[in-house]
Design a protein around this ligand. Structure first.
Ligand code: NAP
Length: 287
């Protein structure tokens, strides 16, 4: 690991969250800056929700260049911004801020991170049948991402069907030609949708804890189906079973890397080496 040399000229960027101490973004970002030879340092800032406005004002005054936002700030921050990108407006979540001339500019790089992670492996969403498990924050970015990348249908399966319906309604506003349907994961239509899917996305938190089962019965998966699991902190049962059935299957680490890489590009104008970021992330996941 190269020596970290912070000087009076070092550009400070970081992540605001509550809590934030488990974030893997600092080592991932700092490895990228070191490899690029950029004088940037990425720091975690623990900021409680009720302190967000004061924290942003203070960090802007202190000359911080850019910030990532994680739970619970991604939506709440929107009302504090001077400008917001079209993507972030659609998703109604901001995970990246650029602080420029006293102005706060908001972006969402999660959607890009997801589609880039999948398409860089050679998968094309064009004309695809997509099944997404989950309807929370990450699902929103992924649903919009799949729609924008050319999916022809999107079936959202979620425990709370009302949340899936709400998300589908928001996506339909921007993608009226996309065939959207929503069901509970136990509905009779769920099995057929999974079996016929070109790609199945796990956007639930099922799989994060040791002993978690797969979010849907794995014998529903056809071997030709691509399985993408956003969980990245441990090997999930869904991915293991999918691979056993002959499916192509990928974990969420690359999504984390690509959303971070896009943020670096927004702040520095330079594309980082995503393999360096992925290697560091994997080292921290398997110490
Ligand atoms: P969230 O907004 O809280 O949404 C959680 C989703 O999981 C909801 O759809 C929820 O269903 C479902 N869920 C949770 N527990 C469940 C259970 N026991 N049974 C059935 N469904 C359950 O969380 P999020 O921010 O979207 O994050 C979801 C996951 O994405 C995280 O846990 C993490 O593993 C992953 N993630 C990945 C990245 C990445 O870059 N790869 C980044 C952030 C997060 P209900 O609507 O019914 O509650």
């Amino acid at each position: 690991m190269p020596e970290l040399a912070i000087t009076g000229k070092t550009n400070i960027v970081g992540v605001l969250g509550w809590p934030v101490e488990h974030s893997l973004s600092p080592p991932m970002h700092n490895a990228a800056y070191a490899q690029m030879g950029l004088d940037y340092a990425y720091v975690p800032f623990p900021v409680a929700p009720e302190q967000l406005e004061r924290a942003l004002a203070g960090l802007a005054v202190a000359g911080v260049r850019g910030l990532n936002l994680t739970i619970p700030h991604k939506r709440q921050v929107i009302e504090l911004l001077d400008e917001i990108s079209d993507e972030a407006r659609q998703i109604e979540a901001v995970n990246t801020l650029k602080l420029e001339d006293g102005r706060l500019l908001g972006f969402n790089t999660d959607r890009y991170g997801f589609t880039e992670a999948v398409t860089e492996t050679g998968f094309s969403f064009d004309g695809c049948a997509v099944v997404m498990l989950g309807a929370g924050g990450v699902a929103c970015a992924m649903g919009f991402g799949a729609a924008d990348a050319g999916a022809s249908s999107l079936t959202i399966l979620n425990r709370t069907v009302e949340k899936a319906r709400d998300l589908a309604g928001r996506i339909a506003v921007y993608f009226p030609d996309l065939a959207l349907s929503v069901h509970g994961p136990d509905a009779p239509q769920a099995r057929q949708a999974v079996t016929e899917a070109d790609i199945v996305l796990n956007a639930t938190s099922i799989g994060m804890r040791a002993g978690d089962d797969a979010p849907v019965p794995v014998d529903w998966l056809a071997p030709r189906t691509y399985v993408y699991d956003t969980v990245y902190n441990r090997p999930t049962r869904l991915l293991a079973a999918a691979r056993e059935r002959g499916c192509r299957a990928l974990d969420g680490a690359t999504m984390l890397v690509h959303q971070g890489a896009k943020a670096i590009e927004i702040w520095t104008g330079t594309r980082p080496d995503t393999q360096v970021m992925l290697d560091v992330l994997r080292q921290h996941l398997r110490p």
